[in-house]
Design a protein around this ligand. Structure first.
Ligand code: FMN
Length: 334
């Protein structure tokens, strides 16, 4: 069964042309990555999670995480923290910086975050989770969402309880990643839980987990009836997933990127990262993207195995151009 149509998504006063959203991805969903997703039709992009405490204490040092440009708007900013006052103050800063929506991270499984009482730890403390939602809601005039997991572990699935708290606090949407904290990023995401949240809650429910292809996204919407779909790992090295999904729902033929388009996008993405992070950090940061972009491409194993040794901007550019030149020739001759 496949859903037939993608409906626009309304989160409070924010109206999105389609329900496809880019997930907050730490170390990944910075401005260059978000711009590429946006250009391919993604309706709403999120920053990676930003420490509320850090933002309040040293706005200048954290400011680069909020760096944005008009082309990517509307921009969502995700905050994490455990103190209602700091979360509210940080949300205010984010609103003043021009964000269209604030999201509260209540799902991060990383030990350092959880041990500080933030992220998924809040699923174990619904009262504190509610205090944070309440404080942030009162501080903000823009829409507010909360991103959670299904629970701490399989014995403590409390997504409906947290969802109801969110509703009562005036939160505008709930994003549900269909895994528990214990499950991390493995095993199949529980779309049934997302379907249940959708049928039981009044606020829009955005589902997340394993939305990795247009077909999967078609099944996801049909099964869950969710108001939105948030794409994480499916967009790594593949910003075209948004365009392809929109085309899929229009009944049009899929339009995979050509080799030329792939090469152009890689080079542009790389240039944007180096422009904002400098040569040394930029080259280091881009390596993982290079591996994602070239996954499964013809003869890419040699190229990929050498990528860790490249340290200069010009060298990466040359290697990418040579590699694509080579595979274009092979494609034409075979
Ligand atoms: C490298 C990485 C970084 C992530 N960073 C964040 C983050 O900053 N905030 C957040 O809410 N979730 C974060 N997530 C979780 C994703 O947003 C998403 O919930 C998860 O990957 C499941 O979706 P997927 O199956 O589409 O990848 C991260 C996931 C990965 C793999």
């Amino acid at each position: 069964m496949i859903a037939e149509k993608l409906a626009p998504l309304k989160i409070g006063s924010l109206v999105l042309a389609n329900p496809l959203i880019l997930a907050p991805l730490s170390g990944i969903s910075n401005l260059p990555f978000r711009l590429l997703a946006k250009e391919q039709g993604c309706a709403l992009v999120f920053t990676e999670m930003v420490s509320a405490e850090g933002l309040v204490r040293n706005r200048k040092a954290m400011g680069w995480l909020l760096k944005s440009s008009p082309e990517e708007r509307p921009l969502g900013v995700q905050l994490f923290g455990s103190n209602p006052g700091s979360m509210a103050a940080a949300a205010k800063i984010v609103e003043e910086a021009g964000a269209a929506i604030v999201d509260l991270n209540m799902g991060c499984p990383v030990r350092k975050v959880v041990n500080g009482g933030s992220g998924a730890a809040l699923l174990k403390d619904p009262r504190k989770a509610g205090e944070i939602m309440d404080a942030v809601r009162k501080a903000l005039s823009i829409p507010l969402s909360v991103k959670i997991r299904t629970g701490w572990d399989e014995k403590n699935l409390n997504y409906l309880e947290i969802g109801r708290i969110a509703e009562n606090c005036g939160v505008d949407a709930l994003t549900l990643h269909g895994r528990t904290r214990r499950q991390g990023y493995s095993c199949k995401a529980d779309w049934q839980a997302i379907a249940e949240a959708k049928s039981r809650l009044r606020i829009p429910v955005i589902g997340n987990g394993d939305l990795t292809s247009p077909e999967a996204i078609g099944h996801f919407f049909a099964l869950t009836g969710a108001d939105g779909g948030m794409i994480g790992r499916g967009a790594l090295g593949n910003p075209w997933i948004f365009r392809q999904t929109l085309r899929f729902f229009q009944g049009a033929l899929p339009e995979p990127p050509t080799l030329e388009e792939k090469e152009k996008t890689i080079l542009r993405h790389f240039r944007m990262i180096v422009d904002s992070r400098g040569e040394e950090n930029g080259v280091r940061e881009f390596r993982k993207h290079l591996l994602w972009y070239t996954r499964g491409l013809r003869g890419s194993s040699e190229f990929r195995s050498q990528a860790a040794q490249w340290v200069k901007y010009s060298e990466v550019i040359r290697r990418v151009e040579e590699y694509f030149e080579k595979i274009r020739k092979v494609s034409f001759s075979s």
